[in-house]
Design a protein around this ligand. Structure first.
Ligand SMILES: Nc1ncnc2c1ncn2[C@@H]1O[C@H](COP(=O)(O)OP(=O)(O)OP(=O)(O)O)[C@@H](O)[C@H]1O
Length: 327
């Protein structure tokens, strides 16, 4: 690996195939002995919306803190925008917008004044263009109309958007968002998700952590799945679920008979929910035979099909465990 020269040039421009974030055997053991991240090899492609998915306590925040140079890894390495972290933090971080553990805001100041203050704390930001920059960032996140309101009167979703506006005061090549929709109501979640999609459509790489599977499926092009500090899998979201078989779903007014016959046919994990019976399809049988067996037994089949596998199915298949969404 090439090392940092004495003077710090701009972070390398990335070509399409390069990783904006690349880690090798990245490991963090906390002082108390807790192994929070264990040999992580992560590759985040330029231009992706990359979901970093895992149940609570799986090591997501610890990884993000290492990527941002906030804590030192115990071993292994991390490169962000082509440069080693934490060593090149001063050169790299101006190109990275981060929203980690909720934005720090002054409640007694308006949204606009919070951003003016934030911008003034950046020594590279030109004071002459400050107001224009702040207005553009507020507009970008849909807070222009509420800019004069005190931040303490903002909803959680508005606070989160103000945090994003702060991250967007300067053009960024990478946005790192730790659980950006945590604590938001469904409407707030939708707003933040569509904002993330919009930001990504301008070519900014977005790296976001989440413990919500459907969030990752809705906004991300790529994902990595963590469990207990280890990487379970990573790649394009469409490919992650593709290796997993979807569930067989039969709609019928005869659910009990359906369940019995599906079990006889070798289906596993049969679940009845009113007129809907779902199961793991049998390994060694053509589904046409299973359907024929139901009909032959006199079951009235109204619907018969295989559901598209979800990331959750993939997670369960890979870990043998349910996905803990508590918290
Ligand atoms: N400062 C610390 N000292 C000791 N152990 C820690 C510290 N921070 C986190 N841990 C432990 O490391 C493990 C990973 O935590 P981490 O916060 O990285 O997970 P996470 O996936 O971000 O979870 P959450 O979504 O709950 O924040 C957990 O077992 C946690 O208890």
């Amino acid at each position: 690996m090439s090392e940092t020269p004495a003077t710090e040039p701009e972070p390398e421009q990335q070509s399409a195939g390069d990783g904006v974030i690349v880690t090798r055997a990245l490991t963090k053991r906390y002082r108390g002995g807790q192994l929070a991240v264990d040999g992580l090899d992560l590759a985040v492609p330029a231009g992706s919306v990359f979901g970093f998915l895992g149940p609570n306590g799986s090591g997501k925040t610890t990884t993000i803190r290492m990527l941002m140079g906030l804590i030192e890894p115990t071993s292994g390495s991390a490169r962000v925008l082509g440069r080693p972290m934490p060593r090149s933090a001063r050169a790299v971080l101006p190109h990275v917008g981060a929203l980690i553990e909720g934005p720090a805001l002054y409640g007694f100041l308006s949204g606009r004044d919070n951003l003016l203050r934030y911008d003034a704390a950046d020594p590279t930001a030109d004071p002459r263009t400050r107001r224009t920059r702040v207005a553009a960032a507020l507009d970008r996140v849909g807070l222009a109309a509420a800019a004069g309101k005190k931040a303490k009167a903002y909803s959680l979703g508005m606070k989160q958007r103000l945090g994003l506006a702060a991250a967007l005061l300067q053009p960024r090549r990478l946005l790192v968002l730790d659980e950006p929709t945590n604590g938001l109501d469904p409407q707030g979640m939708r707003e933040i998700r569509s904002l993330i999609r919009e930001l990504a459509s301008d070519g900014t790489t977005v790296f976001l952590s989440s413990h919500l599977l459907d969030e990752i499926e809705q906004v991300c092009t790529h994902a990595a799945v963590m469990a207990q500090g280890r990487l379970i899998t990573q790649g394009p979201v469409a490919d992650l679920a593709a290796g997993t078989r979807g569930r067989l779903v039969v709609t019928t007014p005869d659910p009990a008979d359906t369940a019995r016959i599906l079990k006889e046919q070798g289906a596993a994990d049969v679940v009845i929910a009113e007129d809907r019976v779902s199961a793991e399809p049998p390994q060694d049988r053509d589904l046409a035979e299973v359907n024929a067996a139901l009909v032959t037994a006199g079951v009235r089949v109204r619907g018969f099909g295989v559901e598209r596998p979800s990331l959750e199915d993939a997670f369960v298949a890979l870990t043998g465990e349910g996905f803990d969404v508590a918290g």
